[in-house]
Write a protein that binds this ligand. Structure first.
Ligand code: SF4
Length: 694
């Protein structure tokens, strides 16, 4: 750590990494940030932080920052630095040229969970009002879109049910498909504190993650399931609850749809869901499943926390609804210490979804086909809005390859590294006539761009982020934008060049419009955020200071809806050629595609992605720890360093995707969630061999 001397002032802002949303003081000497200190009044972190938020902010001034707009005629040409006016004017005329030739729907855009609520709101507004279609999507497509679908269907709101403080009241903590010590470290510490106080822990994960056994904390049950069998497992847990008299009859009678519950009960009681019957599918012993179900149902207040190990499957949405069924059946909703809680990956993934970044929904999760919703936005924006949903990211990529989708505006996303089946993604990008990338670095996607618009880091702009507990927190500008414009200003300039006026002078005015158009944000303003520190939505006349716990006394949809969750095995199968299953994840010191953390001191700790493999699988293949190995699937092939690890179960390997050189997504496939197209990153049939024998 470099000692930069004493700061002369500080600005309170919000971490730009994970969905915990820690509050920090950016301490400055003049116009230079010299230290990030966790803010003691931050309601998400209570003065704590992890290594990323505290130390990995140096990327904001890294030499790789691009500070001048650039254009080029073809992706094989060198970049040419131009003025903002020329770059934005060129992008606008290209989008209009493509639309004139190929139709209104031939262009679209992608918003970013790394940008502020105000910025994502503006991008979807630009697509709808200036492009004239609903072809807007967000990176939540590839992470938590099943959360939105599943929780809206069952409870009525596409968000987690509890605040983080609720964990202090949990008697049983059930972690499913999440690795909080790496992915959400500050919340993991709070979870561990509660466990040290006596709460009991169940973990369902194919890997033996740290939480299964760390100092002073041990899971009573580790349900080490085979990747891809979540739904079979949740049904087995539901079966035990339903057949051993563990249902909270009073809760269900008072709070849930009776007819749906009856159908679910008939379904879940079927013998095929018994733990003894599902053991061969999940690989988890029946006795362990029965004991875990009994603990969850009878151990007191039981809270589910889950992550991408739930959502990134072909049955991601089904699994979210399976967890909701289990929580409703046992009455674990609507009070402190319980709930169904997604641990959101990126800093503003909740916010990006809230802001209407999906092709089928306007802000506040209202479907574009609803006449009253469209009428509200049409009156405010002075344009017609399509009643038909637009294209999702995978649809955009497929349409690009077919030749009907030719222009895209991508703000703060690196789909060439983060999205599955890299070969397919890059072929689609290469087929487009105008790719506009707005980012702080020339990322992997920028290799396919015709226009590059420099982005601003979180230290350079005003706005808000919304964390995993629906907490809206201020992002405050500590230093001026290196490239002269914050991202929201760039979107406004692009809209103007397309002939659509967005007359905002400050992000607070964008939030005022969001509040006017979005019932769950009706009471949110910068004045109220400054006064309260942060606000958890819904915030409106009924809840002027926000809503820490949802569904108290009734669900947002009225009565809770049980859903039949039939287990359907993924089409991705192992076989003689690809006998192992690959699952992917993250490590503490890196973040997502690593664009930020790789440009900080953190990169020294984990300089490359590694492949974790069980000792038996390694021995069978003659692989030693540290060997360079080839990892191949039906989609592609890459090379990694092998790490032999007892964390893995035989037959399953694991890696991360923080480094473009290892390119884990070269091997992941196009299989995706049936409801939302969230990619199945967690299940890929692969083979691994030492590179010298491949
Ligand atoms: Fe940032 Fe998440 Fe770490 Fe908090 S836990 S400092 S939000 S990365």
């Amino acid at each position: 750590v470099i000692d930069h001397g004493q700061p002369s002032r500080s600005v309170v802002t919000t971490c730009a990494y994970c969905g915990v949303g820690c509050s920090f003081e950016a301490e400055l000497q003049g116009n230079r940030v010299v230290r990030m200190t966790p803010h003691k009044d931050g309601k998400a972190n209570h003065g704590h932080s992890c290594v990323k938020g505290r130390f990995a902010w140096g990327y904001a001034t890294h030499k790789d920052r691009v500070t001048r707009p650039m254009i080029r005629a073809a992706i094989t040409d060198p970049w040419r630095e131009v003025s903002w006016e020329e770059a934005i004017g060129h992008a606008a005329s290209e989008f209009r040229r493509i639309q004139a030739k190929h139709g209104r729907g031939s262009v679209g855009g992608i918003t970013s969970s790394r940008c502020t609520n105000e910025e994502t709101f503006l991008v979807q507004k630009l697509i709808r009002a200036a492009f004239g279609n609903n072809n807007v999507d967000t990176c939540a497509r590839v992470c938590h879109s099943p959360t939105g679908y599943g929780l809206k269907t069952t409870f009525g709101t596409s968000a987690g049910t509890q605040d983080f403080d609720s964990v202090n009241d949990a008697d049983v903590i059930f972690v499913i498909g999440a690795n909080p010590t790496d992915g959400h470290p500050v919340f993991a510490s709070r979870m561990k504190r509660r466990l040290r106080e006596g709460a009991r822990l169940i973990v369902a994960d194919p890997r033996r993650i740290d939480l299964v056994r760390t100092p002073h904390v041990a899971a009573e049950h580790h349900l080490q399931l085979r990747p891809g069998t979540n739904v079979a497992l949740i049904n087995a847990l539901g079966h035990v609850v339903a057949t051993e008299g563990l249902i909270d009859e009073a809760f269900v009678a008072e709070r849930c749809e009776a007819a749906d519950f009856a159908v679910w009960l008939d379904f879940i009681r079927r013998p095929e869901h018994a733990p003894e019957a599902t053991e061969a599918v999940t690989g988890v012993q029946a006795a362990e499943v029965r004991a875990a179900a009994r603990l969850y149902a009878t151990g007191g207040r039981a809270a589910i926390y889950y992550g991408l190990g739930v959502t990134e499957h072909s049955q991601g949405s089904t699994m979210v609804m399976g967890m909701a069924n289990l929580a409703m059946a046992t009455g674990n909703l609507g009070r402190p210490g319980v709930g169904v809680n997604p641990l959101r990956g990126q800093n503003n993934v909740q916010g990006a979804c809230d802001m209407g970044s999906f092709p089928h929904e306007l802000s506040g999760y209202r479907h574009v086909s609803e006449d009253a919703t469209r009428a509200l936005f049409q009156a405010a924006w002075g344009v017609a809005i399509d009643a038909e949903p637009g294209l999702r990211i995978p649809n955009m990529l497929d349409a690009a390859i077919e030749g009907s989708f030719l222009g895209i505006y991508i703000q703060g996303e690196d789909i060439a590294q983060s999205d599955p089946n890299t070969k397919h993604v890059t072929a689609a990008l290469a087929a487009m006539e105008c790719v506009v990338v707005q980012d702080i670095f020339l990322n992997e996607t920028a290799a396919y761009a015709h226009v590059f618009l420099p982005g601003a880091s979180f230290l350079e702009k005003d706005g808000t982020f919304t964390n995993a507990e629906r907490r809206i927190s201020r992002v405050r500008r500590a230093v001026p934008p290196l490239a002269g414009k914050a991202d929201w200003e760039v979107t406004i300039a692009l809209a103007a060049a397309l002939g659509y006026d967005m007359p905002y002078r400050h992000p607070s005015e964008i939030m005022d419009e969001i509040a006017r158009l979005t019932p769950t944000f009706a009471g949110v303003s910068y004045e109220r955020l400054d006064r309260l520190g942060s606000i958890q939505w819904p915030c409106n006349d009924k809840a002027p200071e926000g809503t820490p716990i949802m569904h108290v006394g009734g669900f947002s949809r009225g009565r809770g809806q049980f859903v039949v969750t039939e287990y359907v095995p993924t089409d991705e199968r192992t076989g003689p050629r690809f006998p192992l299953l690959l699952t992917t994840g993250r490590i503490l010191s890196q973040y997502n595609v690593g664009a930020q953390t790789r440009r900080t001191a953190n990169s020294a700790w984990h300089a490359e992605d590694v492949l974790e493999i069980h000792p038996h699988d390694a021995e069978d293949r003659g692989i030693r720890d540290g060997d360079r190995v080839a990892l191949a699937s039906r989609a592609g092939e890459t090379a990694l360093i092998a790490r032999i690890s007892e964390r893995m179960q035989p037959g399953v390997v694991y890696t991360t995707f923080h480094h473009p050189e290892s390119g884990a997504n070269v091997v992941t496939t196009d299989y995706s969630d049936w409801a939302t197209n969230c990619p199945e990153y967690k299940v890929t049939a692969v083979e691994v061999r030492p590179t010298n024998r491949w």
